[in-house]
Design a protein around this ligand. Structure first.
Ligand code: BTN
Length: 265
């Protein structure tokens, strides 16, 4: 894992303005899940900006209880600890900040255009590039900590897999250049943008930038909700991250991330 040693990461981060992000850094060749490790560290009082990163996960977790698989050497996978001054119902802003930072970092490293898909995915040309897994601990009305795990497909070749090639893409496949992508450099650029967006969590520009990349808005979508399927046009994503759907009957429905998911994900 030459491009992902603790040394190469520290060098890459030193070249970027990453603020608190990565000041405490744990790098593993192999781990169960970076999010499990970050959750433990957060519970033990680890400072904001702590990052756990691994080249390989043996128990990587995705949304909705799914597993997250990535061969060693193929991906950038890390989890960041936050201690945000946000009310719990505004935590989705962190997902927006991380999504934007990852999109911008990928674009500046690999000359691609990255879209966001509600609620937590990054895509290129409609295929999944990355996923974000947010988790948090609340103390009454206060957020004690939040951790956001992100997995980015960097160098996989999905073209040989007839099924996955329809839905997944890596930066290497999407980039115009055949140059290898240095994951430490990519991390540095993402954390630099994260440092910028994290300072603007309350800024309207965050929502505007996220909406500007969002491929879900304006689309006809099918959403699974408590066992039934709802169809409509995605009209709005509000500050809590909820999706507003206009159904065929003209009714406006507000769907929260925890209760609904878009079919075909
Ligand atoms: C999803 O799209 O379902 C979210 C996937 C999140 C995967 C990342 S990889 C790093 C971190 N550790 C985990 O176990 N999961 C997240």
């Amino acid at each position: 894992m030459s491009d992902l040693s603790a040394q190469s990461i520290r060098e890459a981060l030193a070249a970027c303005e990453t603020g608190p992000f990565g000041a405490r850094l744990e790098v593993y060749p192999q781990i169960g899940s970076t999010s499990d490790a970050a959750r433990r560290l957060a519970g033990q009082g680890a400072p904001e900006g702590t990052i756990v990163l691994a080249d390989e996960q043996t128990a990587g977790r995705g949304r909705m209880g799914r597993r997250w698989f990535a061969p060693p050497g193929s991906s950038l996978m890390f989890t960041t600890v936050f201690r945000p001054a946000l009310p719990p119902d505004r935590l989705y802003r962190l997902v927006m900040a991380c999504g934007l930072a990852a999109a911008e970092g990928c674009e500046s490293t690999a000359a691609v255009h990255v879209e966001v898909k509600w609620p937590n995915d990054l895509q290129i040309g409609g295929k999944k590039l990355a996923g974000i897994l947010p988790e948090s601990s609340l103390l009454g009305e206060r957020v004690e900590w939040a951790i956001l795990g992100i997995g980015i497909n960097v160098s996989q070749d999905f073209s040989t897999d007839p099924e996955l090639s329809q839905t997944a893409i890596s930066l290497r496949e999407a980039a115009p250049s055949t140059q290898p992508i240095d994951r430490a450099v990519l991390l540095g650029r993402i954390l630099e943008r994260l440092n910028g967006w994290y300072g603007r969590l309350d800024d309207a520009a965050l929502l505007d930038a996220w909406r500007g990349r969002c491929v879900t808005l304006g689309r006809q979508v099918r959403v699974e909700l408590s066992g039934s399927v709802l169809e409509g046009v995605a009209e709005e994503i509000d500050l809590t991250g909820a999706l507003w759907l206009r159904t065929g009957a003209g009714e406006r429905r507000r769907l929260t991330i925890s209760e609904a998911h878009i079919l075909g994900e």
